[in-house]
Design a protein around this ligand. Structure first.
Ligand code: TYM
Length: 334
């Protein structure tokens, strides 16, 4: 609790270009939830270097991502929007939690297995302990809730396990966080292969809608989306491509799958795909416009970065000192 409010934490990596999956699965929900909680939204740049990065590119992407959080509608006066690398408590707590996490647990992480397969020439220890850093992110702020897409659920489970293990030894140190998964859009799939999730790192640009895609590109990508030969808009397992488009349409419009089925009853896929594309354009356009405006105001963004890093540091240090004391480190002499 901070000032009587429950705490929310979430973060995104500044690697690659954000996709519609990131927006509908996470960012959009962050904005909806931000009134109810004391929120921390981090640009998790420490996580990014588990995969090789070009330094200048990483810095630029991280700043764009931080700006995008604001453009998406998060008020940086109320929400703490900051870079993970500017709060050293993340790395410090992560080390301590490493000592309370088992190799066997980390070995089971599907994201690790996927990434290790993709980057076989660079299976570094950071990639392996990535979930522990994520646990540190969340536990450092005594978070009650963590809004994420479905692909992060396993990491939330290990976070809870680590926290419970620590609490069982040292007493009630950490709040046990709950995941928050949105009603629609929790797992947006590739437009070219609906059995795969839409991902920043997909080599086929037609598979993902990027947040900065212009309206023509968005409509074109939806027109090319892989569907089936059933020729009816139905929300059922046998039609994964159509299901994905319905999910996207629902997440953008607030409609239910049943309402969408009715709306497109008797209509062809061409009409439906166009409607989905237009709904996505309507959602992304204002974000893109605000982003362009915010990028022009360097001093404003610099100010936000400074104040929010201080705020995040303040709360992070509170938990960190408590943990350090519990495990037996000497008190600091001021
Ligand atoms: P990242 O950067 O891969 O993704 C950011 C958020 O977007 C969600 N997401 C999706 N949701 C629906 N459909 C998709 N296709 C899709 N792709 C991505 C993710 O679930 C996520 O919520 N490890 C995290 C970042 C992180 C974090 C944290 C998150 C670091 N520390 C602490 C929460 C709490 C990651 O790489 O997300």
């Amino acid at each position: 609790m901070i000032d009587g409010n429950k705490v929310l934490f979430s973060g995104m990596q500044a690697t690659g270009t954000l996709t519609l999956g990131n927006y509908l699965g996470a960012l959009k929900n962050w904005v909806t939830l931000s009134d109810e909680y004391q929120c921390f939204y981090s640009v998790v740049d420490l996580h990014s270097i588990t995969v090789r990065q070009d330094p200048a590119e990483l810095r630029k992407r991280a700043r764009n991502l931080l700006t995008l959080y604001i453009a998406a509608g998060l008020d940086p006066e109320k929400n703490c929007i900051y870079y993970q690398s500017q709060v050293s408590g993340h790395a410090e707590l992560s080390w301590i939690l490493n000592c309370f996490t088992y190799m066997g647990e980390l070995n089971r992480m599907t994201q690790y297995k996927d990434k290790a397969a993709k980057h076989a020439d660079n299976i570094n220890a950071g990639l392996f302990t990535y979930p522990v850093l994520m646990a540190a992110d969340i536990l450092l702020y005594q978070s009650d809730v963590v809004p994420v897409g479905k692909d992060q659920l396993q990491h939330l489970e290990i976070t809870r396990d680590i926290a419970q293990r620590f609490n069982a030894i040292y007493g009630d140190v950490f709040t046990i966080p709950e995941p928050y998964i949105g009603k629609a859009g929790a797992k947006i799939m590739s437009l070219q292969d609906p059995s795969k999730k839409m991902s920043k790192s997909d080599e086929n640009a037609n598979a993902s809608i990027y947040l900065m895609d212009d309206p023509d590109t968005i409509i074109r990508k939806f027109k090319r989306a892989v569907t089936d030969s059933e020729a009816c808009v139905r929300y059922r397992e046998e039609q994964p491509g159509i299901c994905n488009l319905i999910d996207i349409y629902c997440a953008c419009t607030g409609k239910t799958p049943e309402e969408v089925e009715k709306e497109f009853d008797g209509k062809g896929y061409g009409d439906f795909k166009l409607a989905v594309g237009e709904a996505v354009v309507d959602v992304l356009k204002p974000v893109q416009e605000r982003f362009a405006d915010l990028c022009k105001d360097k001093a404003y963004i610099d100010g936000i970065i400074k104040t929010n890093a201080e705020k995040a540091n303040y709360y992070a240090t509170k938990t960190l000192r408590k943990v350090q004391k519990k495990v037996g480190f000497p008190e600091r002499i001021r």
